[in-house]
Design a protein around this ligand. Structure first.
Ligand code: FAD
Length: 394
């Protein structure tokens, strides 16, 4: 095992792991602030997914006003607002222009490089990074940390240990593994922190959806572009374009709503659940029979064993969280928590952050049904996805 690189003279040594656009941008900012930046990537070259995005024209951002642009992030828009204020759509266009790549707003409002390509932008960007002193180390895979807290990297010369002053992990998601984004970092990072980090599990976004179209529709319309259409779903309503495919629907308009659709399917279309109840198993059996009779498969159960309603109301938050997490199953789409007295609302967000899927408790479901009944568009923060995203049954 070797140690590399040695600390620079005076400058703060920072390791950026991952050479997609996020890592390259981090490297650029750090180098501009005077850090000595070493960027490591598992692949033989950086920006592979970015280059593939260029094949579709490279939609860089959107030309709409910044206030409406922020709404595209749904429940995360408040959280992201300060970041967008510091570096919004116009700042991104200016940044591209600074690399010699002019942009234009297409008829859909989306912003593209004038030549619809990613390669010239990446080339200019890498040249600027090298000029800033950023050192790129390819075929260096981050493996985690060793017992002494050093970064472990698998390199062509064997395993290396690294002690930078700071580390930026910019490892991408888990789609298009052959381009480097394999999501293998997720369990490593989860296991490295004690207590475990509340990492949000990797889930598909910007994705199309399967629809069982009729044979007639597929034979006549598969591949048809849907232009000038609006997609309405719960409180989501947007105009744009989509494509009707042989197996479903995709395109930019569908991608814009895909996280909402995904969550709603998981919550309201859940047919495989975990079941976490405060009462003893013999009481829960009736609920399980009812669920089974309605086509819902219970994959895991946890029972608190409480018989006294007042005691149920006093269950400490950590115990409620443990009960819910214990009832999760890798194939479950949601965790159901019956028991109106059990204090679930305040911990629903914490549970969802841990298990990466919606929690549906008695009081949440009741409140959701009331809001639906009164047709109020209100979303409630801090009490789980069902009330925050307000998926709608149609
Ligand atoms: C077909 C397609 C079209 C797209 N079109 C667009 C578009 O038009 N507009 C748009 O904005 N986005 C588009 N995207 C999405 C865009 O490419 C991604 O959002 C973007 O690449 C994410 O950047 P990132 O830096 O977070 O991650 P990535 O680009 O995935 O980069 C992560 C990097 O980390 C490296 N890495 C991972 N694990 C390790 C490890 N353990 N050790 C070392 N290195 C590691 C990987 O090799 C990779 O280079 C498209 C994606 C695809 C697949």
């Amino acid at each position: 095992m070797r140690a590399e690189p040695a600390a620079g003279r005076g400058a703060l040594v920072v390791a950026v792991i991952g050479g997609g656009p996020a890592g390259l941008m981090a490297a650029e900012q750090l180098a501009a602030a005077g850090a000595q930046v070493h960027l490591y990537d598992a692949m033989p070259s950086v920006g592979r997914k970015f280059l593939l995005a260029g094949k579709g024209g490279l939609n860089l951002t959107h030309g709409e006003p910044e206030a409406t642009f922020g709404q595209r992030y749904f429940s995360r828009s408040g959280w992201l607002a300060p970041w967008l204020a510091a570096f919004g759509p116009q700042a991104l266009r200016d940044w591209a222009a600074g690399l010699g790549v002019e942009t234009f707003v297409g008829s859909s409002g989306r912003v593209f490089p004038r030549d619809l390509k990613a390669a010239p932008l990446l080339r200019a960007w890498l040249q600027r990074l090298r000029g800033q002193g950023v050192q790129l180390h390819m075929r260096h895979r981050w493996l985690g940390w060793d017992e002494a807290g050093a970064l472990r990297l698998a390199t062509p010369q064997g395993e290396a240990a690294l002690n930078p002053a700071a580390t930026v992990l910019a490892l991408g998601g888990a789609s298009w593994q052959r381009l480097g984004s394999d999501g293998a970092w997720w369990p490593v990072l989860q296991a490295a922190a004690v207590p475990p980090l509340p990492l949000v599990p990797l889930r598909p976004s910007n994705c199309g959806f399967d629809v069982a179209w009729s044979k007639h529709l597929v034979s006549r319309h598969a591949g048809a572009p849907l232009k000038g259409v609006a997609l309405c779903f719960g409180n989501f309503s947007q105009k744009g374009e989509a494509v009707l495919t042989a197996t479903g629907i995709e395109g930019s308009l569908v991608y814009a709503a895909s996280s909402l659709l995904r969550e709603a399917l998981a919550a309201l279309g859940a047919t495989r659940i975990g079941f976490a109840a405060p009462f003893p198993e013999e009481i829960g059996q009736a609920s399980l029979r009812y669920l089974a009779a309605n086509g819902i498969q219970t994959l895991a159960t946890r029972f608190g064993g409480y018989r006294d309603n007042f005691a149920i109301a006093e269950i400490p938050p950590e115990e409620v969280i443990a009960l819910a997490c214990g009832a999760d199953h890798p194939d479950a789409q949601a965790v159901l928590m019956p028991g109106g007295n059990m204090p679930c609302l305040g911990v629903a967000d914490a549970i969802e952050a841990r298990i990466g899927k919606p929690v549906i408790s008695t009081n949440q479901a009741g409140m959701w049904a009331l809001l639906e009944r009164f047709r109020t568009p209100d979303r409630i923060q801090g009490a789980g996805m069902l009330l925050r995203e307000r998926p709608t049954l149609r």
